[in-house]
Structures are given as C-alpha cells and as structure tokens.
Design a binder for this molecule. Structure first.
Ligand SMILES: NC(=O)c1ccc[n+]([C@@H]2O[C@H](COP(=O)([O-])OP(=O)(O)OC[C@H]3O[C@@H](n4cnc5c(N)ncnc54)[C@H](OP(=O)(O)O)[C@@H]3O)[C@@H](O)[C@H]2O)c1
Length: 228
C-alpha cells in the first residue's frame, strides 16, 4: 500500500477538478487525474510532480473507465466524482430542455457517477471515501424554473449517493456528496463569489474530516451539513 493518501479525481483538466488536483499535490497526496480530451487539458498535463498520473477517461464510456481502473495498482483513499455538465440555465421551454440535451445532462451527471464508482470500487477498502460533487441546485426545496434538468440531475446525484452509501456500509466505505459553492469556472461564470482555489482547498479539508458518521449525507464545501 502507498504511504501517501491516494486520490482519484474525474474531470481534472479544468475548473474545480484542476484545483482539486493542485490542492491534493500540495498535501503530498498521490494523485490520479482523469481528463476527457487531451487538447483541452494542456494546463493539467503540464503539471510535473512526483506521484501524479493523468489518464484519458470519459465518464459515460464504460470501456474507457475500465481501461483506467485496470491501470491502477494501489488502493484509493478518495474517489472524487467531479466531472459534470450544465447544458445551460435556460427555462423549461428553451432548447436546453430538448430531449437530446436533457439525456446528456442526466447521462454525464448521474450515470457518469454510477459507472465511475462501479468500475473503481475494487480499489476501495475500509475507510475509503467516495465523494460525489453535487450542487445546492439539486435540493428539493427551491424556487427556480430555470436549469430544470441540471437541478434534477443533482437531486438524483444526492439520491444515488444515499443508495450507494447503503451498498458500501458493510465494507465501511464512506459515501457523501458535496456542494462546491458557487465557483468562478466555465460552468459557474465570472460573477461567482468563490475562486476555484478557495472551493478546492476547503473541499479537500472537508473530505479529510469525513468519518463513517458522514456517510449518506450532503455537505457544503466548508463541511457544514445541507438538508436535501
Ligand atoms: N462552478 C460552480 O459554481 C458549481 C456549483 C455547483 C456544482 N458544481 C459542480 O462541480 C463539478 C465541477 O464543475 P466546474 O465548475 O469545475 O465545471 P467545468 O469548469 O465546466 O468543468 C467540468 C469538468 O467536467 C468534465 N466533463 C464533462 N463531461 C465529461 C465526461 N463525459 N467525461 C469526463 N469528464 C467530463 C469536463 O471535461 P472537458 O474539459 O473535457 O469538457 C471538465 O473537466 C460539476 O459536477 C458541477 O456540476 C459546480
């Protein structure tokens, strides 16, 4: 077993995922970052550090997930399902909510987490932590009609988090979901109050503080509990 804490982060090439990679390196974690598209991953692939490996992986392509899983030779302490999409903040009648666009959001945000966790579960052991990056937009009580399917996808992420936590209870594997805050990324936009670094550094601290009593629960990036 590696003497370093090991962390796997999906969607590691930009936004919150990229900052989670940098923060994990600063903590001397052994880092596995996955990216979907080499051309869009220059900043990630330029990172040179000990105990860092990057692999191409699409979270909705099971073959590509399995391919990465087969390359991993040590147990994971943290499995972070960060990759996600928001096809827009349009209203119910906008093109954002065409059948095709809605399926894509559900596919990446919900099925992507399930496929990732299923295919990496053999690298998890007692006290490993599975973290699903969700959103406050997925809480059931809200008053927005925009981004209908994104909200629904994140509500589903919190829902599957509970089922998965039940599945892994007997193995003492912790499963929780997190809202990363409203963050200045391509998805969050320029008006968000948090920098990716502020979100990621707080998230990593909160991940470290998770205990078995945290399993099945949804947290804010600062570690406070969110009712959903
Ligand atoms: N930013 C916010 O304010 C905010 C708030 C609440 C929740 N979140 C959640 O936080 C997570 C990260 O968001 P972000 O703001 O960092 O978004 P972002 O800047 O848009 O980055 C999204 C990441 O997901 C990857 N991704 C998308 N589809 C993928 C697929 N099929 N396979 C593998 N990777 C894929 C992207 O890769 P490519 O570069 O290849 O597209 C990219 O690395 C998401 O789950 C998001 O829903 C964000």
């Amino acid at each position: 077993m590696s003497k370093f804490k090991t962390i796997l982060i999906t969607g590691a090439n930009r936004g919150i995922g990229l900052e989670l990679v940098k923060e994990s390196i600063s903590k001397n974690f052994s880092v596995i970052g996955t990216f979907r598209n080499k051309k869009k991953s220059k900043e990630l692939l330029q990172i040179k550090s000990k105990n860092v490996n990057f692999f191409e992986m699409n979270v909705i392509d099971e073959k590509s997930i399995l391919n990465v899983s087969n390359k991993i030779e040590y147990p994971l302490d943290y499995l972070i399902c960060n990759a996600g999409i928001n096809n827009g903040y349009g209203t119910f009648f906008d093109e954002d909510h065409s059948h095709k666009n809605m399926l894509k959001v559900l596919d990446v945000n919900v099925l992507g987490c399930i496929l990732t966790i299923r295919n990496f579960s053999r690298h998890l052991y007692t006290n490993s932590k599975i973290i699903l990056i969700s959103s406050i937009m997925g809480v059931q009580e809200h008053n927005g009609s925009n981004a209908t399917i994104y909200r629904a996808s994140k509500a589903a992420v919190n829902n599957i988090m509970v089922s998965i936590s039940e599945e892994f209870k007997s193995k003492k594997i912790i499963v929780s979901s997190f809202h990363p805050g409203w963050v200045r990324t391509d998805m969050g936009g320029p008006n968000a109050p948090l920098s990716p670094n502020e979100s990621a550094s707080s998230l990593i601290k909160s991940f470290e503080n998770l205990t078995f009593s945290s399993t099945g629960k949804f947290f804010n990036y600062d570690g406070s509990l969110i009712n959903f």
